[in-house]
Design a protein. Structure first.
Length: 760
């Protein structure tokens, strides 16, 4: 295929071949001579003071792993309360599963046996299993010096809610359950001292090796040049592998202390009990509207349960603020008065998870829109049609610029995928079936000003790529983003191939190694295609310009006439293969044009021109059937009409959307990390924490609208999180309709127990 043909092509993912053949290499596959395995003695109580400790040799406590400097986490703003996460508990434990002691042995089993011989006295202190308990009058304070158990609070205010002349006021108290990211591969790492280079080499399942290196080096007192972080194949992350965690600090510190390789592989129980957790929002909101169903304003409060510590770098503060700012969704709501709170409880720390903040915001506004439809007596489709923003760009009440698209067209497209008359006929015949809609906007590719405005300690406002052409004409693209399921090795190769007139197979994409790739921030927040794609295109443009100059010299042609296509440089009917140009530039530099330096390598940085980012959007529709005797919810159909701008690879976009929807179905129906009143975890195996399974899933049908972004390379927007944002709202709406008027669904997951609780 010639140039200008790879953008929009459904090229099979090159990553799939090695994984389908079992040839991937993950951090848990890496070994080293003399390696010791690491296991942790974890606290069995949610909150307590550590007393006497009895342990065998080979077990290390706080202060014995080597010098460690704790890093402040959370926004860099006055009033935000700090709760740095110690690698090993020092004096006090604050959740069940917190690492207290570290054991080393030749095998993981032997290390766990050492843990079993440890005895630790812990005097119980008050535990807070949820936000109401943590904020109750007279509640003990989890961290010394805090006035109460809030990390911080904020206020999103626009317009004048109090002055609205709104005859309809609808109040709802809503909740989103606590979740685990539950990637296929739990966390894993091995820290290996390299005596030849003097480096500590950390192989780790991570979404952002460069940022992790920065934090670990600061904590361990190392120059970053002496710490190399390598993320090989990564079996999913979804945000849970994008924060500094204590186990990696302990492993690196002990590797330095003992000058031996140290490996730790998280088991599933550890992940569910002590890994970064997510969601768990509470809302108390009032929607103000006119009698004909036009939503005017929202007021109220929301709370996010952030757990016992703030994870470096951002903590969980962005979660509540993002939810508050996104409450208006795609609707023309001009008035907001919403206070948000990030609260500490005796549970594991909160980290980012696919759809950060927006899943809760979408659930809240869509549940309110359903209630408004019922109040004014119109269909839930109609209430959305009346309130959708009709013309873009549009600046929301919270100050975000919704850039390009057609929200009403997406709604009509999604409705057109359904047979609503047939559903109504089934309902009339007495079947408990229902259809629910939810509409999301997904901010992606946001740059410096957006992150700086959040007072983030790390501002991921740029990305870098290096493109190198070898003497045989093949290329290597070095990038700092990480591919752990997104297909980026394929899409980035397509971008470079289109620019240089090559086949994507000629371009190797390498990532995940701080010793090789240029600096960058990694893969998260639906940013990778916008940022890394922009940098890759810029590097390809620089390299292409040099190839054209060399070709013009060889062909004795006007530079303006030279173009690259089909693996050759053309000037009219004359052409040369690119391999000849590459060989000359690297191996026979005397043939180059006068003044042209040898070599074919280009490094480019990319910053999006609109710092606030671009917005994908979509409409989801779920069709469910409810069993009134058991409370079981069966998904019969799921439709998505989405717009992520220009699609580099439509097949990969489909995969991203469908994968996100499945995770959103888990949020809606099955996944919940539950705790008892003493904050003891009740969901530490997959027997208790249920993921969606293939037999329970319907066909997920996806329709694409394409409205290119104005400011990004190729007009692409992010697509990584959108699929996961809307399903809880759409499914809750469908269940509510299936149950009948007056049966209100206010919390996820919509388990059989919750369904039965709202039935008469």
């Amino acid at each position: 295929m010639e140039a200008k043909g790879w953008i929009g092509a459904s090229v099979p993912r090159r990553e799939d071949a090695r994984h389908l053949l079992g040839q991937g290499v993950f951090a848990g596959d890496v070994t080293a001579p003399g390696m010791l395995e690491l296991a942790f003695w974890r606290s069995p109580v949610a909150h307590g003071r550590i007393g006497a400790v009895t342990r065998p040799a080979g077990v290390f406590g706080a202060g014995e792993i080597g010098p460690v400097t704790l890093l402040p986490a959370g926004p860099d703003m006055p009033g935000f309360r700090q709760a740095p996460y110690p690698p090993l508990a020092d004096g006090v434990v604050r959740f069940v599963g917190q690492p207290v002691l570290a054991a080393l042995a030749a095998t993981r089993g032997a290390a766990e046996d050492l843990c079993a011989r440890c005895e630790v006295e812990i005097a119980p202190l008050p535990a807070f299993a949820d936000v109401p308990a943590a904020l109750a009058p007279g509640a003990a304070v989890l961290h010394p010096g805090w006035a109460d158990n809030r990390y911080g609070s904020g206020h999103v205010k626009a317009g004048d809610v109090a002055g609205l002349d709104a005859p309809i006021r609808i109040r709802r108290k809503l909740g989103l359950g606590r979740q685990s990211a539950a990637p296929m591969e739990p966390r894993a790492l091995i820290a290996v001292p390299d005596r030849r280079t003097g480096e500590l080499v950390l192989h780790i399942s991570s979404q952002g090796p460069h940022v992790l290196r920065h934090a670990l080096a600061a904590m361990l007192g190392l120059p970053e040049s002496r710490l190399r972080v390598v993320a090989p194949d990564v079996g999913g992350g979804f945000g849970a592998k994008n924060r500094l965690m204590p186990e990696e600090v302990v492993a690196c510190a002990l590797a330095l202390k003992l000058d031996r390789p140290i490996r730790w592989v998280e088991d599933r129980r550890e992940h569910l009990m002590a890994g970064a957790q997510a969601r768990e929002h509470l809302y108390d909101l009032t929607l103000h509207a006119t009698r004909d169903g036009i939503a005017l304003g929202i007021e109220g409060e929301l709370w996010v349960d952030a757990g016992a510590y703030a994870l470096w770098p951002t903590g969980a503060f962005a979660e509540a603020g993002m939810a508050a700012r996104n409450l208006g969704g795609p609707y023309g709501i001009a008035h907001l008065d919403v206070r948000h709170h990030t609260v500490a409880t005796t549970k594991p720390p909160m980290g980012p998870y696919r759809g950060v903040g927006r899943t809760g915001a979408c659930f809240a506004i869509e549940r309110l829109m359903d209630a408004l439809a019922d109040e004014v007596g119109v269909s839930r489709y109609e209430i959305r049609r009346r309130n959708l923003i009709a013309k873009l760009p549009h600046v929301t009440a919270a100050g975000m610029t919704l850039d390009t698209g057609d929200y009403p067209a997406a709604l009509e497209a999604c409705v057109g995928m359904l047979d609503l008359p047939a559903l109504e006929a089934r309902r009339a015949a007495g079947e408990r079936v229902g259809v629910g809609f939810a509409i999301y906007t997904e901010q992606s590719g946001h740059g410096t000003a957006e992150w700086a405005g959040r007072k983030a300690r790390v501002v991921p406002g740029h990305e870098t790529a290096t493109l190198r052409m070898h003497p045989d004409g093949s290329l290597t693209l070095l990038t700092a983003i990480h591919n752990h399921g997104q297909g980026l090795e394929t899409t980035l190769a397509q971008i470079v191939a289109e620019e240089l007139g090559l086949h994507p197979e000629a371009i190797a994409v390498r990532h995940g190694d701080t010793g090789l790739s240029p600096f960058g921030f990694g893969t998260f927040a639906s940013r990778s295609l916008v940022f890394a794609g922009g940098a890759a295109k810029a590097a390809a443009e620089m390299l292409g310009a040099k190839l054209r100059r060399i070709a013009a010299h060889f062909l004795q042609a006007d530079l303006a006439l030279v173009e690259l296509r089909g693996g050759r440089a053309w000037a009219g009917a004359a052409s040369l293969p690119l391999v000849d140009l590459a060989h000359a530039a690297t191996m026979r530099q005397e043939r180059l044009p006068p003044g042209e330096p040898p070599g074919l390598e280009a490094t480019a940085d990319y910053c999006p021109p609109e710092d606030a980012g671009v917005f994908s959007y979509g409409v989801h529709a779920a069709v469910v059937r409810v069993d009134a005797e058991t409370g079981a919810v069966a998904l019969e159909d799921y439709c998505v009409a989405e717009d992520c701008g220009t699609m580099i690879n439509p097949m990969i976009v489909d995969g991203q959307v469908k994968g996100g929807v499945v995770q959103g179905i888990g949020t809606a129906l099955t996944e919940e990390l539950r705790f008892d009143a003493e904050a003891q975890p009740l969901s530490t195996t997959f027997a208790d924490y249920r993921l969606p399974d293939a037999p329970s899933l319907p066909e997920i049908r996806v329709l694409h609208l394409v409205t290119p972004a104005r400011c990004t390379v190729h007009g692409a927007k992010g697509v990584g999180e959108g699929g996961a944002i809307a399903p809880p709202a759409a499914i809750a709406s469908a269940v509510e309709q299936a149950l009948g008027l007056g049966m209100v669904v206010t919390a996820t997951p919509v388990t059989p127990r919750r369904v039965l609780s709202v039935l008469p």
